[in-house]
Design a protein around this ligand. Structure first.
Ligand SMILES: NC(=O)c1ccc[n+]([C@@H]2O[C@H](COP(=O)([O-])OP(=O)(O)OC[C@H]3O[C@@H](n4cnc5c(N)ncnc54)[C@H](OP(=O)(O)O)[C@@H]3O)[C@@H](O)[C@H]2O)c1
Length: 325
């Protein structure tokens, strides 16, 4: 089969190559999936550099999310050949003609969901759904502040926050991205590059601060939002796209009865949590009802994966990049 492969860790422009490699064989509880659509995610950049929490054994194929039809199954597999499925793999593997999934990290895709939507939905919406519903317990009428609001997980968080009845403030670094935050459903937007984030949040919340902060950015942005989170507020840590892992003084948590919590969606998948499959079904239902709708920045051909990674790296992407095979 053909695949994008790296033999050593490094920058994708140097180490990622289009190669012919052996098609994997499904073992017990596994299915071999013939890829139709894949999505690119920020972690792909980290995985190829060996900087992600999961290191793929070399030579490795990147890509954590893919959609396709089941070609062959191993003993005990929950799928049948011909099933249309979406699969997730922490250590990569989907940017290939075929990829393997296990029973715990793949789900059937209903007919009403397009290949592109299925490829764009699991990681970003799964992450944002778990963050807002399962971790932060976002309530109708609460204010949700979304950092990196035009990004993959950010647009999903804005849409889900609105669907959950919150008042959503989207934050982004330029006018185009602020427009995307509004398109996703944010009632208010803040340019956190040019505006005073703390003052604007206080202004928009009558001095109270945001009840829930969704943070995939970290770094300087986190240093600011910890100063404009409401009494009994919750900050959900999603990632550190800015490149810096921040910290917080515990007295802030005490004095404001605040909580800072992490959310790593892939950990629920790896631990075989039944919540993941239930969330997938819930999200497909919300898609059908028009409550959510993935925003696609580009749909690329399989040969153009490196261009897509360059777009992610340049911070120009809004929503998702989907690759069609
Ligand atoms: N916890 C989980 O389960 C989980 C799941 C998926 C992703 N993540 C993490 O969440 C983060 C965002 O992922 P994503 O797929 O949404 O990425 P994305 O689409 O590239 O969005 C990231 C956003 O972060 C902002 N940003 C701020 N500083 C940046 C920088 N130096 N470089 C790039 N972007 C920067 C950008 O918005 P502005 O330009 O508007 O600031 C960008 O839109 C990543 O750290 C990723 O690893 C975590």
């Amino acid at each position: 089969m053909h695949a994008w492969q790296f033999d050593r860790y490094g920058h994708y422009s140097e180490v990622l190559h289009w190669v012919e490699r052996a098609t994997p064989e499904p073992g017990p509880n596994q299915a071999l999936v013939r890829t139709v659509a894949m999505s690119l995610n920020f972690p792909d950049l980290l995985i190829i550099q060996g900087l992600y929490q999961h290191k793929a054994p070399l030579p490795a194929v990147p890509g954590v999310e893919g959609v396709g039809s089941v070609e062959a199954v191993g003993p005990g597999c929950k799928f049948e050949p011909g099933d249309r499925v979406v699969g997730f793999s922490h250590s990569g593997g989907t940017l290939a003609d075929y990829f393997l999934v296990d029973n715990h990290n793949a789900w059937p895709v209903p007919d009403h969901v397009s290949d592109a939507d299925a490829a764009a939905l699991s990681v970003t919406y799964g992450t944002s759904y778990f963050a807002l519903e399962h971790r932060a317990h976002l309530q109708p009428g609460e204010t949700l502040l979304v950092l990196g609001g035009a990004g993959g997980v950010g647009t999903a968080a804005i849409q889900l926050g609105r669907a959950m009845g919150a008042r959503v403030i989207g934050c982004a670094s330029d006018a185009t991205k602020l427009g995307i935050c509004r398109k996703a459903g944010a009632q208010e937007v803040i340019n956190y590059r040019s505006e005073d984030l703390v003052e604007r949040v206080k202004e928009l919340t009558g001095g109270r601060g945001a009840d829930v902060v969704y943070d995939p950015v970290g770094g300087d942005a986190f240093d600011l939002v910890k100063r404009c989170t409401a009494w009994e507020g919750r900050i959900v840590i999603i990632g550190f796209a800015s490149g810096r892992i921040p910290s917080i003084e515990c007295n802030r948590l005490l004095l404001k009865n605040m909580a800072v919590m992490g959310l790593a969606w892939g950990q629920y998948v790896d631990r075989g949590s039944p919540l993941v499959g239930a969330a997938q079904e819930k999200l497909y239902g919300m898609l059908k009802d028009g409550q959510i709708s993935p925003i696609l920045y580009r749909t690329l051909a399989f040969a153009d994966v490196k261009q897509g990674l360059a777009m992610l790296e340049a911070r120009e992407v809004y929503g998702k990049i989907v690759v069609m095979r």
